[in-house]
Design a protein around this ligand. Structure first.
Ligand code: ADP
Ligand code: MG
Length: 360
């Protein structure tokens, strides 16, 4: 167990800077997930922690010590990759032992560690098999086992579940999270999948274009996104964004948007009248209403996507963008019909139109 700290970490490839000064402190035993779209710099950041990529400027610290100039083998870390990187001609046991043999651990200690890891991972009966004789999930477990036997200070994962089918991915993410809690080893886990991030992390780091947008516990990011990028990235289907202007009348603050659209805002909304904003409403906070409530607004139902437990409804609002909402009762919905929508006021987010930053 160790802390991992990054201070002003930058990375250039040639003249191109791809990581722009990242500061981050990861606590002992913490499970931190770096999430963001493809190309935002997650792997580069992880590889700089691992020592597989040189740091252009700034400091990487593990256990309080600057490790910038230490090679990966001296950083006391173990990394698990997407492609497992198992030796095809070695058995499961030999794959797991290999790193320990290189480090000249006593045979008895190697056997003890491999047996313990195999036991934890349910690999005890597979130790004599070769990688080609294993399923994708079993191979991923062997890759995990190889990391565990090292008993490192830090685990680093780079999209370790991306090669697995959807069902196995869900199962393995539960397993990895439980395993991490049991071993209490500081872990940094990279994924582009926000659901994986939400379900696994103690703390999520949302990255975008080589910098950090926000760091927080999963539900904090969902409930209090700092800006439109995080708001749109966390949550599925994505948050709806409706540009408009804040107005105030006897009934309280209101968003006025194109096409005469009015959306009532929460009474404690602090925005001054006339402020140009973007209103963010998650699909789960919009509903179809039969009544004639004053805060409902008209829309035209375009199409529906049933998933079974939930149905995603897409509707056009007057003069505005298409919005998505989630309903549990899909049967009465006909594309082309006129409906009325209602937003859960207390869940509406307002963002600055220029900067995208959330407004208090
Ligand atoms: P992610 O893991 O978030 O998808 P990466 O860290 O792999 O993103 O890449 C971040 C950016 O750095 C991308 O624009 C990518 O093209 C660039 N990049 C990564 N590795 C190299 C390299 N070895 N040489 C040049 N550019 C690279
Ligand atoms: Mg990557």
């Amino acid at each position: 167990m160790a802390t991992v700290e990054l201070e002003g970490v930058r990375k250039n490839f040639g003249n191109l800077e791809v990581v722009h000064g990242v500061d981050l402190a990861i606590g002992e035993g913490e499970f931190t997930v770096l999430v963001g779209p493809s190309g935002c710099g997650k792997s580069t950041l992880l590889r700089m922690i691992a020592g597989l990529e040189e740091v252009t400027s700034g400091a990487v610290m593990i256990g309080g010590e600057v490790v910038n100039h230490l090679p990966p083998k001296d950083r006391d870390i173990a990394m698990v990759f997407q492609n497992y990187a198992l030796y095809p001609h070695k058995t499961v046991a030999a794959n797991m032992e290999f790193g320990l043999k290189l480090r000249r651990l006593p045979d008895a200690e190697i056997r003890r560690r491999v047996a313990a890891a195999a036991d934890i991972l349910g690999l005890a009966d597979l130790l004599g098999r070769y990688p080609r004789q294993l399923s994708g999930g079993q191979r991923q477990r062997v890759a995990m086992g190889r990391a565990i036997v090292r008993d490192p200070q830090v685990f680093l994962f780079d999209e370790p579940l991306s090669n697995l089918d959807a069902k196995l991915r869900v199962q393995m993410r539960t397993e990895i999270k439980a395993l991490q809690k049991r071993l209490a080893t500081t872990s940094v886990y990279v994924t582009h999948d926000q659901v994986e991030a939400m379900t696994m992390a103690d703390r999520i780091v949302v990255m975008h274009n080589g910098h950090i947008e926000q760091v927080g516990a999963p539900l904090d990011l969902y409930e209090k996104p700092a800006n439109m990028f995080v708001a749109g990235f966390i949550g599925s289907p994505a948050m709806n964004f409706i540009p408009g202007t804040v107005a105030r009348d006897g009934a309280g603050p209101t968003l006025r948007a194109a096409g005469g659209l009015r959306i009532r805002l929460n009474h404690d909304c602090a925005c001054e009248a006339g402020r140009e904003v973007v209103c963010g409403i998650r699909p789960e906070h919009l509903s179809i209403t039969d009544g004639d409530e004053p805060d409902a607004f008209p829309a035209e139902l375009r199409y529906i996507e049933p998933t079974g437990s939930q149905t995603f409804v897409f509707a056009d609002i007057p003069g505005g963008p298409q919005v998505c909402l989630i309903t549990a009762q899909p049967r009465a919905l006909t594309p082309g019909s006129a409906i009325r929508l209602r937003a859960a006021r207390e869940w509406i987010h307002l963002f600055d139109r220029e900067t995208g930053a959330v407004l208090a």
